[in-house]
Structure formats: structure tokens, C-alpha cells
Design a protein around this ligand. Structure first.
Ligand code: AMP
Length: 188
């Protein structure tokens, strides 16, 4: 199974991705984690990405695609993957289609959460890019750049909506039934 985890910052993508990858034996590819690792290692790419991360802006597509190239190409035969935090805009989604072919994806899991809850969770989390100003900017960027992907993937019949409120276990439960239900009849 190959899937994408889509949702606003603070919706629990990282946590749910870890659980889903463990239970389904998927390769977890988080562009946020890969970028933070590149920054920590002080690579050229990491240095280029820092200013964008600090502002809560999207890192240029070319940098993110370069980061994903090796792990995607190097996955074991038959190993499924879960993309977490990628694609973040329509042009990344198109680039992904080119790399993988249009039929490669099975599910796009959409974690849904309202702005008030997003802000509450992120300000609690306290990552360096979680100051109120940066969080607000990440949210604006999400609505403008990333949310159009909901329609993009819904049109292809890949979207699985999941309510991201409640406990980690509750959301995990919903994620499982959303991808299970996907193999049944398509509902309106
Ligand atoms: P995340 O860990 O997914 O919340 O991402 C943290 C930050 O990394 C974002 O605010 C962006 O600056 C950057 N980032 C992560 N994934 C992408 C991506 N696919 N495209 C561009 N920037 C990204």
C-alpha cells in the first residue's frame, strides 16, 4: 500500500504516520523530518532550507524533491510507503505523479481539524517553529497551498477523510477504518 497523509500542521500527521507505518510495515517518509535532519547535519541543502523553516514558509519544491529522491528509489521491492508532509502543493503532487506514475497511490488520508484546535495544539507542542506568529503563517500557507490538494485527490477517488479530533487512539482507529472502507463501495 502506498499512501499520503495530508492535513494541517498540528493535526497529528507525524504521530499517526508512525503508528500506521508500524502496523502496515510501511516506509515512513516525512519531508519535515528529512529537512530538520539536513539542517542539523549542516548540509548545503539544510542551510538553504533553514530560512524557510524558520518562517513557516514552504521550502522550494526542488529541494524537497531532491531529499525524497533517494529514499523513494531505494525502497525494497514491494515495500509500501507513507508520505507525511508531502506533497504540500499541486506542483509537488504533479512531480510525484511523474516520479511514481499516476496509479501508484492507494489512499490519501486527510486529517481534518479546525483552526482553533490547530493553534491550541501547536502552541502546546513548542517546537522551535511553533511560535504563534510562525504557526499562524504555517496555517495560512496550508490553507492557500496545501488544501487545494484535497480536491486534486478527491477528483481521483483517493481521498479518505478522517476527523482528527480526540485522542491519538481514536484517530488511529478512524484512520484504519478509512483505509479499510476504501476497498469497499465508494460512498458519495
Ligand atoms: P512539518 O514537519 O511537516 O510540519 O514541516 C515543517 C516545515 O518544513 C514546514 O513548515 C516547511 O517549512 C517545511 N516542509 C516540510 N515539508 C515540506 C514540503 N513538502 N514542501 C515544502 N516545505 C516543506
Amino acid at each position: 500500500m502506498n499512501a499520503i497523509l495530508l492535513g494541517p500542521p498540528g493535526a497529528g500527521k507525524g504521530t499517526q504516520a508512525e503508528r500506521l507505518c508500524r502496523s502496515e510495515a510501511l516506509l515512513h517518509l516525512s519531508t519535515g523530518d528529512l529537512l530538520r535532519a539536513a539542517v542539523a547535519q549542516g548540509t548545503d541543502l539544510g542551510r538553504e532550507a533553514t530560512a524557510f523553516l524558520d518562517r513557516g514558509a514552504l521550502v522550494p519544491d526542488a529541494l524537497v524533491l531532491a531529499l525524497l529522491e533517494q529514499p523513494l528509489a531505494g525502497r525494497a521491492a514491494g515495500e509500501g510507503f507513507l508520505l507525511d508532509g508531502f506533497p504540500r502543493n499541486v506542483s509537488q503532487a504533479k512531480a510525484l505523479d511523474e516520479v511514481l506514475g499516476e496509479d501508484a497511490l492507494d489512499h490519501v488520508i486527510h486529517l481534518q481539524l479546525d483552526d482553533e484546535e490547530i493553534l491550541r495544539r501547536l502552541l502546546e507542542r513548542g517546537r522551535p517553529d511553533d511560535s504563534e506568529e510562525v504557526v499562524r503563517n504555517r496555517l495560512v500557507v496550508y490553507r492557500a497551498e496545501t488544501e487545494p490538494l484535497v480536491r486534486y485527490y478527491a477528483d481521483r477517488g483517493l481521498l479518505r477523510a478522517v476527523d482528527a479530533r480526540g485522542s491519538i487512539d481514536e484517530v488511529e482507529e478512524r484512520v484504519h477504518s478509512a483505509i479499510g472502507a476504501a476497498s469497499g463501495p465508494v460512498r458519495a
